[in-house]
Each structure stands twice: as C-alpha cells, then as structure tokens.
Design a protein around this ligand. Structure first.
Ligand code: IVH
Length: 733
C-alpha cells in the first residue's frame, strides 16, 4: 500500500488533472489526451481511492458523470438520471462484473446478456409526449442537461412524431448523436479546401464575411457531433448533418418493454433509429466471444465505436441489480484497444508555446520505409508527428532519435507514442538530452518547482510574443478576423508587431508591407481590429495570455470583478474567493500584474479604447434579451454580422417566429415567417428600421456616434457599413 501522504497528494493531483481533461472533452469538445490515456488516469485514481477509502469524496471524477453544460442553453431536468457506464479492459474485469451482478440478483446460473456496439458520439436524451418530440437534452451532469431542442433538426433521422400503434404516453429515450464517418470525411475535406481558399483570398483582398477561418477544425467525429449539437448559429447548423441511434430507455409510461433484446425492434416500430448490430450471449464467456466478433466487424460501420456494451437482457432485474452514483450495475462497457502503428522517430523538434513552455514533438515516418519520410496511415489518417508532452515523458520512456516506436490513436488526430521497441534500437543511439536553451531566442530554460515543463522565461522571446499575439487575435479571444498566424508572422518579422498592444497602432501602410496584401484585405483587417475593441471583458482577460488562465477562469474573473481594473487590483483573498480557482492560477495572476512590461501593454490597450468592463456594465443591456428573427437577405450586411451586432447589444436571434419573438427583421416581400409574424402580431422591422435601431443602441451604449452622420449601406461583401466619407466604419468608432 502506498504511503498515506503520497497517496493523498496523488489522489488530489489526479482529481484535478482528470477534472480538467473532462472539461476539455465535454465542454470544449477538444480533448487534450487520448481516451486510452484518460482511462488509465481514471483507473489509477480508482485504485488509489479503493486502497485509501479515507480520501473518499463525492466530488471525485470517479463518482460523478462530469458535465457538458454550456452557456446559451436552458437547463432542464432529466425525467430519470442519465448515467454513464463502468469500463472493462480485460476478461478478468468482465468476470468481476458478472460475479457482482449475479450476487446482486441472487442468481447462480449463467445470465443472458445482450452485446452491442458502443457508439463514440455525444449522449442525448429525447422525450416524446403522446408521440411528439417535446424536448431533446444533452447529458449535462446526468441530472440536468442542456435543452438543445431547437437544434433537433440537425439529427436527420430523429423523428419529430413517433409512428405505430404502440405509442407510449411518455417516452424518454437515450442514445448517441454522431456524425457518420463518410460525412466527417466530406466535412474535413470541405473545411481544408475552404481554409486553403481563404488563405489565398485573404492575400488577394477578397475575404468575405463567411471566412472559413471562423470555423474550427475538429479532431474527430465525436467532438464535431458534440460541438454541432451546441451550435448557436443556425446558418452553420444548416450545413451540418448528424444521425442518432437509441439504445436505452429513461422513463416510459403507457407501454412496457421487458427485454433489452426486444428494445431495438420496439424502438424501430416507433420510427426511432436503433442499433442494427446486437448479439445475445448466455454467460459472460459467450459475451466475450461476441465482443471479439464485433471487433472484427465494427470497422465496416459508418460510425466510430470505442467499445462494446454488455447489458443484462432481463430488464425486470435492473432495480435488483442497482446503480452506483455513476453507473448501472446491470451493464458495462468493454473498451477496445486503440489502433496502433509502427513508426520511426527520425527527429525530435521543439515548439515554444505562448507561455514559454517547450514542447518536444516527435517527427515520424513509416517504420517500414525507413529514410523515405513517408507518413504512416493510422485509423484512416496520415500521421507524421506526435507530441511527446514533456522531457520527463521522454526520459521515462527512454525515447531516442532513430528509435522505432508504437503510436496509438483512439479517434484523435494527434497520436501518442506508447512505447519504444528496444529490439529495433540502433547500436550507436544516444539518450535524448533535454535542451538547455530556447530554440528560438537562445536564453536559458528553467523548470518551475513541481512542474514537468521546461520554459523559456525571456519576456522578449520573439516566438513567445508571436504566439501570444496570435492567441490574443484568435477566434477564442479577441476574434480579429484576418490576423492569423501567417499575417502575424510577417508583421512580427518586419518588427511592426512586437506585442499585442501594437495591433491597435497598425495602419494601412504597415499592412501593405505584407506580401501580396491588397487594399481590400487591409481595410477589412483594420475594421476587424476596430471591431475587436468592443469585445467582452472575458475575451480580453483570456487574450492577455496569463499562464494557466483559460477561457473558463477568464469568464469567472470577468463575472466576479466586472472590470479589468478590479481584476488587476485583486489580492490573494479576493482571487481565492472565486470557486474553482486554485493556487497555481492565483499565483500566476498576481505575478502577471506585477510585471512592468505587462502593465505597460495593458495601459496601451486602455489608451487604444478597448472595453475594460464586463458586458452588463457596457452595451449588453440595450436590447435586454429581446428576440429577433431574420427573414430574407439584408443588403447592408450578412446574417452573421447582423446576429453578432444584435447579440453584442444583448439581444438574441431566434430561428423561427413564435409568440416569444419580439421583432421580425424582414428583408423580403413575402415569406412564411412574415405571414406567421403578422398572424401573431409580432413587430415587423424593415431593414432601415433595424439599422436605425442599431444606431440608437450604439448611442445608448455610449459609443459616440455623431448624430448627423447617417450610416450608408455598403455593398454586401463589405459586411460592415461605410460612412459618408467612404471610410470603412461600423457606425464610426
Ligand atoms: S447503455 C445507464 N448502450 O457510452 C447507461 N450506452 O461510456 C446506459 N453509449 O453513457 C447506457 N453506445 O452515452 C449504452 N450501445 C450503447 C452505447 C452507450 C454508446 C454511451 C452512453 C454511455 C456512455 C458510457
């Protein structure tokens, strides 16, 4: 048994680490580690907790389902709890599950099981009342989910009405929403082509409002499906297509279903999509055989599976079998081993992050074709690089340049190096020595106590600065369209951008120095920079790049302190009053605001007129939650700009006209939305009336508009408005 103190420390650090990985997976839909690595961490935590029950906590990730809650969606309670499944990684684990279950239900005989694919998608719960879809929820925290009913139509095989003679009064049905692999491939191909086109367009000055840079590259179909369910933008949603499969019942009234083996047929009779592959097994040994059979077949499915689910067939025994706070005891999930491939590590390169962290990256080639520098094909994607995380990891696995290694991928794009094959090692190979100096600026690297990461702490390291500027301008921070990696790199190497405050001093002459940059690109970029000054406070806080302060913490700080000045002046006590903010973040924030250089940059941002106040203190209250719906094509701006403007003044944009709609902005002579608005007496605004309303909103938000300057309508592709002097302006900043 581990030493008590060490075990306690390890448990607490594992809990923190796992909680953060869960958040990245569930909320950001951007996993940082492979599923297999995540499972290993969770197992380690569970083993430690089992050995040290004195450290039990109901808050531990081993006891809770996690949470996918996002802002922008109403929270609703599930009719019955939406649980997760326990995992089995070996036949031993399966036997233990079977024994526990037989004990719980008092059976000495072999149990009848159903084995089915474990779909790697996003969990959903649909409620039908008298055959009509009344709501669609995400899992949320298992008790309360996000209401995503308004996005239900993106799931193409989800019926809004059930069919057949056996329709239950209430049916709460659980399943998985996923993107078919064929659809995902098309989506990525489209996205990659659009990215390439946009790079080109950006340099040629033709960028339009639908720049695909606003899109984000998703690592795998699961993340894309989960992200799609939570889309707020109907236009983007309209281009996506998901499917669902249902596999379990939450609550049912007015009909009865007794066996899991009959569930798929029952659901199909109602018109609900359900799993096509399932097998019946007598006893756990046979269940294992079926799991192996499924493994051979699952590669032919058009969706990703990360395992098999073994379920007790007789549903009348479920209550006897019981539940833990996290799983039912009548089912378990078998996790298949992720796909692996053999590679040669022909080099280890170093990346410098925006906080100075040095990340070693393995440059890979197919081990069978040594020296040809060809990528290896793994689960359908070509792989040529893998992150090695940090130098401890390299030392622990004794990874050397020239080694042959096994890499593993469980649905993600970035694979992990799992192990080195010592039998393939060349005789003259040498241990890899961690670098002493920053590969970009040459200054000495340091290692903070308790951290595995080596850092460059030179505040003037050009690579760190470049990355910080890219981060500041990125979509998740100040969202400056057109100021991506390529443009920042050129401006930085010309010495025009030294830090992100310099962004606000850029002028057209500076931008013309960028290779092939045309007038239109320059105008658009200057507009985007002006526009970014009004961003919410949390975006600015996140954009500052304070080490360890991610999007969540930035939002918490903005909410708690309401202004950048109060945040900057906050002491240890005020910072630690915010729940979820740990010591590491607090220390980092205090350090950050002690630096004279950081304070100088912030002052320059202030002088440039950036918004330093939380949303509610500035413009957000002007439209006070009013719901706008658009119909027809506006001549002055694209839909996404109209939406952004409405939302920036605290309004909301709905998709269909209903009783709760406040305004229909109509740019068309006739439409069904217009008819419906007339029917319901919803106020209809012409495009000019809408523009006048925006102008008024801007005045009340205190953004200084000269009253005699009437905004002229610009050509659509400008996406913003032009003032009378012909300069690009969004109502004159
Ligand atoms: S049954 C009480 N069957 O995997 C839980 N779940 O890792 C009943 N999943 O929470 C779930 N395919 O979201 C079940 N065929 C299947 C599944 C499946 C995917 C998901 C589900 C579950 C998670 C556990």
């Amino acid at each position: 048994m581990e030493n008590m103190e060490n075990a306690g420390d390890e448990i607490s650090s594992l809990r923190k680490m796992i909680a953060e990985y869960e958040r990245l997976y569930r909320v950001e839909n951007a996993p940082a580690i492979s599923d297999a690595e995540y499972d290993r961490l969770l197992r380690r935590l569970r083993d430690l907790e089992d050995a040290h029950p004195e450290f039990y906590s109901a808050d531990s990730p081993t006891q809770k389902v996690g949470d996918d809650a996002s802002s922008g969606f109403e929270k609703r309670a599930h009719l019955s709890k939406m649980l997760s499944l326990d995992n089995a990684f070996s036949f031993e684990d399966l036997k233990e599950f079977d024994e526990r279950l037989r004990k719980a239900i008092g059976s000495s005989k072999s149990l009848k099981y159903v084995v089915e694919p474990k779909i790697d998608g996003a969990g959903i719960s649909a409620v039908y009342e008298n055959g009509r879809l009344s709501r669609l929820l995400t899992r949320g925290n298992g008790s309360v989910g996000d209401d995503i009913t308004r996005n239900a139509s993106v799931i193409k095989n989800l019926p809004f009405e059930l069919k057949g003679d056996n329709i239950p009064e209430i049916l709460e049905v659980r399943g998985e929403a996923f993107m078919a692999n064929s659809e995902f491939d098309k989506f990525r191909a489209r996205q990659e082509a659009e990215f390439a086109k946009s790079e080109q367009a950006q340099f040629e000055g033709q960028e339009d409002e639908k720049s695909p840079k606003k899109l984000r590259l998703y690592a795998n179909p699961r993340n894309l499906a989960a992200g799609t369910l939570k889309l707020l933008d109907k236009e983007i949603l309209a281009e996506r297509s998901l499917l669902a499969n249902f596999y379990s019942i939450g609550k049912i009234e007015g009909a009865e279903i007794l066996f899991q083996s009959g569930l798929a047929k029952f659901l199909k009779s109602l018109g609900l999509p359900s799993v096509n592959w399932y097998a019946i097994a007598f006893g756990i040994g046979e269940a294992y055989q079926k799991i192996c059979e499924l493994d051979k077949e699952r590669g032919t499915f058009d969706f990703n599976t990360d395992g098999a689910v073994v379920k007790l067939d007789d549903m009348s025994l479920y209550s006897l079998a019981g539940w833990t706070s996290k799983f039912p005891r009548w089912a378990t999930a078998w996790k298949y081993k992720p796909a692996r491939a053999k590679v040669r590590i022909y080099d280890i390169t170093l990346q410098v992050g925006r906080t100075g962290a040095i990340t070693p990256v393995a440059e890979l080639e197919d081990a069978q074709k040594e020296g040809e520098r060809l990528p290896v094909l793994l689960s359908g994607t070509n792989v040529s690089r893998a992150t090695l995380h940090n130098f401890d990891e390299i030392a622990r696995k004794d990874i050397r340049i020239g080694d042959v290694a096994e890499i593993e991928k469980a649905g993600e794009i970035i694979p992990d190096v799992v192990r080195i094959l010592p039998e393939c090692r060349k005789e003259n190979s040498e241990s890899y020595a961690a670098p002493k100096y920053c590969p970009k600026c040459g200054s000495s690297l340091v290692r903070n106590a308790g951290e595995a990461v080596l850092r460059c702490i030179n505040p003037e390291c050009p690579e760190q600065m470049r990355r910080r500027i890219v981060h500041f301008a990125s979509r998740s921070c100040m969202d400056i369209d057109g100021l991506g990696d390529a443009v920042v790199s050129q401006l930085a190497s010309l010495g025009i951008l030294k830090n992100f405050a310099d962004i606000y001093s850029l002028n057209a002459d500076d931008l013309y120095k960028i290779k092939n940059f045309k007038q239109k690109s320059a105008e658009n970029l200057l507009l985007a920079i002006q526009d970014s000054k009004k961003r919410d406070l949390w975006r600015l806080i996140f954009g500052l790049g304070i080490p360890y302060v991610g999007e969540r913490a930035a939002k918490d700080f903005a909410l708690a302190f309401k202004s950048l000045d109060s945040f900057m002046n906050a002491d240890m006590k005020a910072l630690s009053d915010i729940s979820g903010v740990g010591e590491r973040i607090i220390f980092s924030v205090l350090q950050f605001f002690k630096s004279g250089e950081n304070l100088r940059i912030i002052n320059r941002l202030r002088e440039s007129g950036l918004n330093f106040k939380a949303e509610e203190a500035s413009q957000s209250a002007v439209f006070g939650g009013k719901i706008f719906v658009l119909t027809g094509t506006l001549s002055s701006m694209g839909r996404s700009d109209a939406k952004r403007l409405i939302e920036s003044y605290g309004g909301r944009v709905g998709s269909g006209v209903s009783k709760s709609t406040d305004f229909l902005i109509s740019a068309s002579e006739s439409s069904s939305k217009l008819d419906r608005a007339r029917e319901l007496g919803v106020k209809i605004l012409s495009e000019d009336e809408f523009l006048a309303m925006l102008k008024e909103a801007e005045v009340s938000a205190g953004f200084g508009v000269k009253s005699d300057e009437k905004p002229k309508i610009a050509k659509k592709e400008n996406s913003f408005l032009q003032n009378s002097s012909g300069q690009m302006s969004l109502f004159d900043f």
